[in-house]
Design a protein around this ligand. Structure first.
Ligand code: IVH
Length: 683
């Protein structure tokens, strides 16, 4: 052998080794969901194979993992005739219908029990995948059930689809067909839509339609960019000896060959168990990262399946237990605008009532102006409404084909507040519209409702209705009036539907709310951008409203977890005359304005420390916890208020800043020393 030939042989062996390794890791990742190596290690292996194949193009094999996106864009798809028709499924919608299906099968096979395989019914697209000599040969859509489109080149780009069945081991029959569902995982759908939103492009409606659009791309490179996934759920025709005699066996066999199958499939013996399985998944459907619209129930044994046969286009040996539809189409009567507690105007949909996800829906969220524009939703459109689980109903988008011939106007935000008619203002940085009038009665009522809510001052019984009444009737003109309500007991007793008992209970809760810690008050004040996390961070850091009010912007910005926009908003609000006056009145009414900081008097009390770089003795969390536990404060950037910078490996810019300001820089041992000097001993 010449040196060249020997080198080529070595390269070929190495390439084959790399391919086997990559296929193995694909299998761990896509089928077992138990990756053994990280993304960068995988990418390294992949890169190495790409390089090797570039050096020796003659060594490239069609089933190499690098060849998923091969081929050129096509003009259109060829059709493929399915050797066996792709059937559809009969439906059952409740336990009673399921038991009727079971009873009928029992009667037909003259048995009183039989095993069933239950699989989540994935809401994607059915595919027929043909393998010859262990290699993926052709893939087609369901089409009309008899003929589908040849989308082999696109399907090859799906990472979860094995190009080699059995990873080269000779375990598969001569040729066989696998049926499965191609779908788009929800996170991928959201990623795509976020990209489109950023580019100002019209948004996709749902993962299923997007998956359908993606597999039918004429250019496989586009399909490849969509990161579709696959579950195999059925063994079609087999040339040679059929390797299994049941659905459960088929799923196991497919999995062993490297096909991803649903990890949630179960073999069950009784119809009661099946019913419980269906009920469980109806509840848990949102916990999956892909949409399911039911459970497919299949008779397990092939012998029984054959005996039951097919009627029309539906096998008698399987049925789909369908969940209530989470989407429905209805007419969008109009787009109204509501005003929130911070004055933000939010458009919402007024719908022709429609039954969806188990309830009648007549109002739905449209999210915000930008979404309406991106989805091109117009009053008068027929729209898709979605109600999933406990999430508030939302308008997914218009059915554009039903707009034809009608002249509908694009939505525009009103130029004045729908409640107080003050001209609105736009916040360019956030693309939001505000009513700037802080005396707008809706804002006050919403603020009151929020002030009293569970996460804020927790005044049970003071909900939306009562908040609006108190504001409308003039009992509350500013939040602090709440604490003067007990003085107006007699007047309040005149109100319809409020008895003495209810009222006194409410007064007791109003009184109790005075003892809420500072962070609850901060949440209750409806300061823009301040939610629970921020409020807690501020309260723990500053300890009292006075300290927070006295803090310069720079110090607020330095609190761990608080960004510049939030800090600015907090600072501005507390220095705003009205808020300042409100805070003073609340204090005068007896409302507490400090936080229990358990570490008061700790060795680091009042000491602000910034941590940077990689530490060895502690994780970032651990050291921050420790500092806080000892009464110290963790800052996010070095300022003149910073007492120490604890710096590990790396940590460039903070170290430079500390050097400029002359802030002491400690390593981990240095910190321990400081702590010991302050009288602390590690436990
Ligand atoms: S079995 C004869 N199993 O549901 C049995 N179908 O109408 C044929 N589907 O379009 C289908 N998950 O794409 C089966 N685990 C599953 C499935 C499943 C989703 C889809 C399939 C077909 C429709 C059935």
């Amino acid at each position: 052998m010449t040196t060249d030939a020997r080198a080529l042989e070595a390269a070929q062996l190495h390439a084959e080794e790399l391919r086997t390794t990559i296929r193995y890791h694909d299998y761990r990742y896509h089928v077992l969901a138990q990756p053994e190596i990280g993304d960068s290690e995988y990418d390294r292996l992949y890169r190495e194979l790409v390089d090797l194949e570039e050096q020796h193009p003659e060594l490239v094999t069609p089933d190499s993992p690098t060849q998923r996106v091969g081929g050129q864009a096509v003009e259109g798809f060829a059709t493929i005739q399915h050797r066996e028709p792709m059937l559809s499924l009969g439906n059952v919608f409740n336990g009673e219908e399921l038991r009727a299906w079971h009873a009928r099968v029992c009667r037909l096979v003259e048995r009183d029990a039989f095993a069933m395989v239950c699989e989540p019914k994935i809401d994607g697209l059915a595919m027929s995948l043909v393998y010859r000599a262990g290699r993926f040969a052709t893939g087609a859509t369901r089409g009309d059930g008899t003929r589908g489109e040849d989308i082999t080149a696109n399907l090859r780009t799906i990472r979860a689809l094995p190009l080699v069945a059995g990873r080269g081991e000779d375990r598969s029959p001569e040729a066989f067909e696998v049926r499965g569902e191609v779908y788009m995982p929800r996170p991928e759908f959201e990623r795509l839509n976020a990209e489109r939103a950023a580019a100002g492009e019209q948004l996709y409606m749902n993962p299923r339609n997007t998956a359908a659009g993606s597999v039918r791309q004429l250019d496989p490179a586009i399909t490849a960019s969509r990161r579709l996934a696959l579950f195999a759920y059925q063994l079609g025709w087999v040339e040679g000896r059929a390797p299994v005699d049941s659905q459960w066996g088929a799923l196991e066999w497919l999995r062993a060959l490297g096909f991803p199958t649903s990890p949630h499939a179960r073999r069950l013996q009784t119809v009661e168990e099946v019913e419980a399985f269906c009920a469980e998944w109806a509840e848990r459907r949102d916990s999956l990262e892909y949409d399911i619209d039911g459970v497919v129930v299949k008779v397990d044994e092939f012998a029984l399946q054959r005996q039951l046969g097919i009627v029309g286009r539906e096998p008698r040996w399987a049925t789909a237990f369908k969940f209530p539809a989470e989407q429905a189409v209805t007419r969008l009567r109009g787009i109204d605008v509501s005003v929130g507690r911070t004055g933000v105007l939010t458009p919402f949909a007024v719908l022709e009532p429609v039954f969806v996800g188990g309830a009648t829906v007549s109002l739905a969220t449209l999210h915000n102006e930008e979404q309406i524009r991106l989805k091109d939703i117009r009053a008068g459109d027929d729209v898709i409404v979605q109600r999933a689980g406990d999430v508030i109903p939302q308008v997914v988008g218009p059915v554009l084909s039903r707009r034809e011939g009608r002249d509908l106007e694009a939505f525009e935000m009103p130029s004045a507040c729908p409640v107080c008619h003050t001209p609105v203002q736009r916040d360019p940085s956030e693309a939001r519209t505000y009513c700037p009038n802080r005396d707008c009665p809706v804002q006050l009522a919403r603020q009151l409702e929020h002030f009293a809510s569970r996460g804020a001052m927790d005044i049970e019984g003071l909900g939306e209705q009562l908040s609006f009444r108190l504001v409308d009737l003039g009992f509350v003109r500013t939040l602090s009036d709440l604490y003067a309500l007990p003085d107006r007991r007699e007047e309040l007793l005149q109100l319809e539907g409020i008895g003495a008992k209810t009222l006194d209970a409410l007064f007791a809760r109003i009184e109790a709310s005075k003892r809420q810690p500072l962070h609850r008050l901060l949440i209750g004040l409806s300061i823009r951008h301040v939610g629970g996390e921020t409020a807690r961070a501020l309260a723990l850091y500053f300890g009292s409203m006075d300290a927070l009010r006295a803090a310069p912007l720079e110090e607020i910005m330095g609190v761990e977890g608080i960004g510049p926009i939030v800090a600015q908003s907090v600072h501005d609000s507390l220095h705003d005359e009205r808020t300042a006056a409100l805070v003073d009145r609340l204090r005068a009414a007896g409302v507490r304005q400090d936080e229990d900081i358990s570490a008061r008097g700790g060795p680091l009390e009042g000491v602000q420390i910034v941590v940077t770089g990689a530490l060895t003795q502690w994780s970032r969390n651990e050291i921050e916890e420790l500092i806080k536990r000892l009464g110290g404060k963790v800052g996010s950037s070095v300022t003149k208020n910073t007492a120490y910078l604890v710096a590990g490996e790396g940590g460039g810019s903070k170290r430079t800043k500390a050097e400029q300001l002359g802030t002491p820089i400690l390593d981990e041992d240095g910190l321990l020393e400081v702590l010991r000097d302050r009288g602390w001993t590690p436990d």
